[in-house]
Design a binder for this molecule. Structure first.
Ligand code: NI
Length: 387
C-alpha cells in the first residue's frame, strides 16, 4: 500500500466518522476531539483556542500561512439511507464541512512528512460557520496573530463541479450577509371591526410586497443584491385583528455602496407604510458578514498550483460570484487569501444534489485531491511570500 492509498482510506474513514456524528455550531466537541486525537497520532501539536476551535501549528522561519476548515453541521434531518448517515437526530453534514475537516487533516499529514516548509503553517479547525461567528471567535482569540498570518486559504466542496475539479475566482466570491427584523406595532381588536384597530398583519403584508422594490427600483440594475423576507409571524385567531407582526429576513450584497444604501431605503419604506396606516415600526438591522474577496495574486497562484497538480482540464475559472455567505471573509479582512471550490460530484447521484439537501453527499475521491491542494498552497505561497 502506498502512502496515497493509505491517505485516501484514512480520510474517507475520518470523513464518515464526522458525518455519522454531526454537531451544530459551537457544539463540535466530539469533532474537535477527533481532530486532536488524529493530529496527535501524527505527532502534530495543536491547542484549543475556543471551546471547540483548534489551531495546529507547524513552526518555521519567516512568513506564516494559514489553512482553514469549518467543522459544524446543519439543523437538518438526514435521509438515513447510507451506512454512515447521521446518528444525531436533527443534525446533518449537508454542506460538506465533514469533508473540509478530513481534507485539512490530510494536508497536515502530507506536510508533516515533508522537510520543514519555508515558513510557519497554521491549521484552523473552526467552529460555527453556519451560525456565523466561528471565524470571529477564532480571530478574537488570536488565531491570526503570533506569528501573524500573511496569507490564508480555505476550501469548500462543490456539487456543481466534477469530483477533484478545482474552481477558482479572483475578486468577490461570496456576498456580504445582513439580517433584519421588522416589527409592526398596530392595534388589536375584533376581526369584524377593523376600523377600530390597526391591522398589523395587513400592514406587514404591504411591507413584504413593497420591500421587493428596494432591489428593483432603488439600486443600480447592474448591481447584484438580494432582499428576502424569510419569516412572517402575526395573528392569534381567525376572528382576531392582529395587533403586531414580525418579519425577519436577509440582505445580500457585493459592494459597499449597495450594502450602505439598502438599509436606508428599507427604513424609508417601512416607516412610510406604517405612518400611512397609523401604525409604528421597529427595525433591527445587523451586519453579519462582509463580502468574501479573493486576492488576485493568490487566486492566480492557486490556479497555477491546481493546474500543476491536476492538469488544466481539472481547473476552472469561475465567472460569477454567489450571493451565499461564508465567514471565511473574516480572515480575508485581516490577510490576503483565497477561498477555493473543490468539486465533489461523482457517479453517486446524491453527490450532485445541492448544498443543504437532506441527502447531500460527496464523491470521496475528492478528499485526497483537496488535501494535496491545501498542502501545495501552503508550500508554494510561503515560497512566493519570501520573495
Ligand atoms: Ni459550508
Amino acid at each position: 500500500m502506498t502512502f496515497n492509498d493509505d491517505l485516501k482510506r484514512e480520510l474517507t474513514a475520518i470523513r464518515r466518522q464526522i458525518h455519522r456524528y454531526p454537531e451544530l455550531g459551537g457544539r463540535e466537541f466530539r469533532t474537535a476531539g477527533l481532530v486532536e486525537r488524529t493530529l496527535r497520532s501524527w505527532g502534530i501539536p495543536s491547542r484549543r483556542l475556543t471551546p471547540t476551535g483548534i489551531v495546529a501549528v507547524m513552526p518555521g522561519r519567516g512568513r506564516c500561512v494559514a489553512l482553514r476548515a469549518d467543522m459544524d453541521a446543519l439543523p437538518l434531518a438526514e435521509d438515513p439511507a447510507r451506512p454512515y448517515a447521521s446518528r444525531n437526530p436533527g443534525a446533518m453534514h449537508a454542506c460538506g464541512h465533514d469533508a473540509h475537516v478530513a481534507m485539512l487533516l490530510g494536508a497536515a499529514r502530507i506536510l508533516s512528512r515533508k522537510k520543514r516548509p519555508a515558513g510557519t503553517v497554521k491549521f484552523f479547525f473552526q467552529p460555527n460557520e453556519e451560525g456565523a461567528g466561528g471565524a470571529k471567535s477564532m480571530i478574537s482569540k488570536g488565531a491570526m496573530d503570533r506569528p501573524k498570518v500573511d496569507a490564508v486559504f480555505g476550501l469548500h466542496v462543490n456539487p456543481r463541479l466534477p469530483a477533484g475539479t478545482v474552481g477558482v475566482k479572483a475578486g468577490p466570491v461570496m456576498a456580504a450577509v445582513d439580517r433584519f427584523e421588522i416589527s409592526v406595532l398596530g392595534k388589536g381588536g375584533h376581526a369584524a371591526y377593523p376600523h377600530e384597530g390597526r391591522d398589523a398583519l395587513f400592514i406587514a403584508s404591504e411591507i413584504v410586497v413593497a420591500l421587493q422594490s428596494v432591489v428593483s427600483r432603488d439600486l443600480d440594475p447592474v448591481e447584484p443584491a438580494v432582499l428576502t423576507v424569510g419569516t412572517f409571524n402575526s395573528g392569534t385567531g381567525f376572528n382576531i385583528l392582529a395587533g403586531t407582526a414580525v418579519l425577519t429576513g436577509t440582505v445580500r450584497t457585493l459592494s459597499e455602496k449597495a450594502h450602505g444604501r439598502i438599509p436606508c431605503v428599507m427604513r424609508r419604506i417601512v416607516h412610510g407604510i406604517c405612518r400611512a396606516h397609523g401604525a409604528r415600526a421597529g427595525i433591527k438591522y445587523e451586519r453579519i458578514g462582509s463580502v468574501l474577496r479573493n486576492s488576485r495574486a493568490l487566486a492566480e497562484l492557486a490556479r497555477d498550483e491546481a493546474v500543476r497538480l491536476f492538469g488544466p482540464r481539472r481547473v476552472r475559472r469561475l465567472e460569477s460570484p454567489s450571493m451565499g455567505g461564508e465567514d471565511f471573509s473574516e480572515y480575508l479582512r485581516r490577510a490576503p487569501g483565497c477561498f477555493i471550490y473543490i468539486g465533489t460530484a461523482g457517479r453517486n447521484p446524491d453527490s450532485r444534489l445541492p448544498w443543504h439537501h437532506p441527502r447531500f453527499d460527496i464523491d470521496e475521491s475528492a478528499l485526497p485531491a483537496g488535501s494535496e491542494l491545501l498542502a501545495r498552497l501552503a508550500e508554494s505561497s510561503l515560497g512566493h511570500l519570501k520573495r
